[in-house]
Design a protein. Structure first.
Length: 391
């Protein structure tokens, strides 16, 4: 659904997410080249990005979607998997008995997180001729954050005991592993994959496909994509399996900004500014990981800045009542004024999928800059949406 096509950005009230299809496609071209060279297939990880208004621009470069819930697998099937040849993979940490039948109406493959889930639901999937997979946990990872580490102590994410996995191989056609988080080191990935092969290689020979998950940041500058392609191709040929990748952030990195307006300025030891959005509500991942939102433009002019903590640096706050609702602290050439428009970059991944109504702060509209440069106001939100989300 598009509310207004060919809109003038100047007429759209802030806050809004501005998605750039050309920037997204720039990432996707790298993904497609990797797949062409390696034989791997790439599935968009909807847990990271599910803004289906840009799916038409993404479909030519990806092989389908992968999900983490009933809602995601349905969205993937309806808005991406309805194209010829696109796959819809279903995964969840735990399916409930009252949703599994519906999940299977949308899935082309289903991956169970545990042996218990496999035992409970495999027969339903097999009866529908839907290939079944199992998540494995190698108990090692490339993640700097414990909150995002699938191999953290006492992790519930996947099975690791070969003695328990081997007896169920007759029921599965593939496995999924996910143990990277924005890992931009090919050497670290390759070493991790070698460790996975040492642990699970014997069972790979008995499978048809292996998903290596997401978190491989191969779109980073100077990443040796050719080496990664060869590594994946060699792995695929060695075990005779179809390799899947699940790029989330890699698909949409730097593909959107959050555009805001300065509502107030203050001074309390250093300059302060308050914008009409909230990091708690609209870029929650940055608050969780205690990272700074990249400030990319002021009044539509690209800006360069350094993250700084001096008496003259400006702290930009969100408008919620949370004391720590802070976008970041920036050393700027000019003072920020009431009415200025500040745009924060890399606002696609783990933003719109996590946005919330904390404090009843206005929900940003979704605006899309199409490949031809035109601007579409895709969606707006109002009081009725806020109220309906609560009762």
């Amino acid at each position: 659904m598009v509310i207004h096509k060919n809109t003038d950005l100047k007429t759209i009230p802030t806050p809004y997410y501005l998605l750039d299809e050309a920037a997204i496609v720039s990432n996707l071209k790298i993904i497609k080249q990797l797949c062409d060279d390696s034989g791997a297939k790439a599935l968009l990880a909807l847990k990271c990005f599910a803004t289906w208004g840009v799916f038409d621009a993404m479909k030519p470069y990806l092989h389908g979607t992968t999900s983490s819930s009933l809602n995601e697998v349905r969205l993937g099937k309806e808005e991406f998997g309805n194209s010829e040849g696109k796959e819809t993979h279903a995964y969840s940490v735990a399916y409930s008995p009252n949703e599994i039948d519906e999940v299977l109406t949308y899935a082309d493959k289903i991956i169970f997180n545990s042996l218990n889930q496999l035992a409970a639901f495999k027969d339903k999937a097999i009866a529908k001729n839907i290939p079944v997979g199992l998540r494995l946990n190698p108990k090692t990872s490339n993640s700097e954050f414990i909150i995002a580490d699938p191999a953290r102590p006492y992790s519930r994410l996947g099975e690791h005991d070969l003695d328990k996995i081997t007896p169920v191989l007759q029921y599965i056609t593939g496995v999924m592993l996910h143990n990277n988080c924005e890992n931009n080191s090919f050497e670290a990935f390759s070493a991790s994959l070698a460790d996975i092969e040492q642990k699970f290689g014997d069972i790979f020979y008995q499978l048809e496909w292996v998903s290596l998950g997401g978190g491989i940041h191969f779109i980073a500058p100077n990443y040796p994509v050719d080496k990664l392609a060869k590594r994946l191709k060699d792995f695929s040929q060695k075990y005779g399996v179809q390799v899947y990748l699940e790029p989330g952030e890699a698909s949409i990195h730097q593909g959107a900004s959050l555009v805001t307006t300065v509502l107030d300025t203050l001074h309390n030891g250093k300059p302060l500014a308050v914008v009409d959005a909230s990091i708690e509500a609209h870029m929650l991942d940055l608050l969780i990981y205690r990272e700074t939102a990249p400030l990319v433009a002021i009044n539509n002019t690209p800006c360069k800045h350094t993250q700084s903590e001096t008496d003259t640096s400006t702290i930009v706050y969100g408008k919620s009542c949370l004391a720590g609702d802070i976008f970041g602290e920036y050393a700027l050439n000019e003072s920020v004024k009431i009415g200025d428009k500040l745009a924060f970059g890399n606002a696609a991944g783990y933003t719109m999928v996590k946005k919330n109504w904390f404090n009843g702060v206005d929900m940003p509209s979704i605006v899309i800059k199409r490949l031809d440069g035109s601007i579409d106001l895709q969606q707006t939100f109002g009081y009725a949406d806020y109220k309906a989300s609560l009762s």
